[in-house]
Design a protein around this ligand. Sequence first.
Ligand SMILES: [Fe+2]
Length: 499
Amino acid sequence: MNRRQLFQGIGAAVASCMLPNLAQAQSSNRLGMAKELFQADLRLTPLRGYQGQDVRCDQAWVEGKIPSDLRGDFFRNGPGLFERGGQRYHHWFDGDGMVHAWRFTDQGVSHQARFVRTKKFIAEQQAGEFLVPAFGTAIKPKIPLRSSDTMNTANTNVIKMDGRLYALWEGGSAHALDAQSLATQELVTWSPELAGMPFSAHPKVEADGTMWNFGTMMGKLILYKISKQGKLLQHHVMNAPNSAMVHDFVISQNHLIFMFSPISLNMDAVRSGQSMVDSMEWKAQESTKVLVIEKADFSRTRLMELPAMMLFHFGNAWEENQTIHLDFVKSKDLGNFKEWMPKMMQGLDVKHDVASPTFLQIDLRTKHIKISERTEVVEFPRVDPRVVGQRNRFLFYPLAAPSANNDALNGVMRLDLQTGKTDQFDFGTRMRLEEHVVVPKAGSSRESEVWLVGVGFDVQRQTSFGSVFDGENLSAGPVALAHLPYWTPHCFHGNFYSA
Ligand SMILES: [Fe+2]
């Protein structure tokens, strides 16, 4: 592509898009300092956030060719608003949820994003200031805190079930949205006795559509089994070995598996008004608890221990001959969460502790656990949706490729668990990538015969793009990039639903 084609493409995209007004709000000193740092280092622009405005682009400019069988909606969710009334959130996890729809049709690729109209968002938008405490920012409440849903930001993941979208946040209820307009409908109550209970942002959906999920609260672990039609089939409340922060879990054919890192919540700090994040303490001398629960009978459990380790995300689990095989992305402790993320939120792009693929083999008879690790720097593992809870051969990740600055995610990787080999693509320092999800090719029956679809940020252009790779040849580079004429806040998670 030459420069002329590039500008023609961008010009056409601008003409068909509603560009967001990205002017910054009035600044306090602290906010002003962050603004200066963000202006000095354009790599972190998406963390500046929006001010609550919705955006759309009817025709993204496509570089390369979108595969003819890749049709459907790619929904994503992430924190999109970080500042109000001269105050800036300290933590990435605090921002209000903004749900995105990248739609792949015969007419091209469009993008639309809307803030979830949580009670919090509506009240704060009207007030022009933050009214309730955030996960990582101590804010004195200015309205009554009736339940955790008063603080619900709906900012972590989005799934589609039976035609409806659900914006998820691990501390409270799911929010139902209209899948076409992305308009917010209502808080979801799976059954009357579960109203307002936490429903994690990492449900696991089996190939037949059965969804498993959990929530943690005040020492309790809540389990959910939900049908493909979105009906609660079963739930269970049990004691949790630790409930300070459990972000994800994983399922195998017959089990639900949880890992509880040694994090404790200093209640004196909470009572003195510190944020939840600032009140969390890492207990390096304590163990990580591994809890295995039988799907067929939630009362049948096994509890095991590993050394202290931190994790956010699992890839997959499966079992054979009474042994569960699972993988996750492991980091050392809470350092990234408590120190690096707040620095990024101030506009400081600094090095952080790495997180790498890690594997467990849990012998269900002896309760012995074998652990092995790789050295690549990755996050957001995904597998082919057809093998969730079944034996998988491949894992896909965004990767800090060799050229990365400060171990930022700037590439993609497929790991072949059978051979141990990887297939990687390195975008160089210009691009920063989000999670990439796995979409089976039309008519394929083989794991990994897939498109890998994700989102990234072009530092040089200061715009966001959707990316499509051939899952069996990542190193060839993206088959298509769909460029927007604006940047969007980074998302955490999402899912692709084929047409
Ligand atoms: Fe997550």
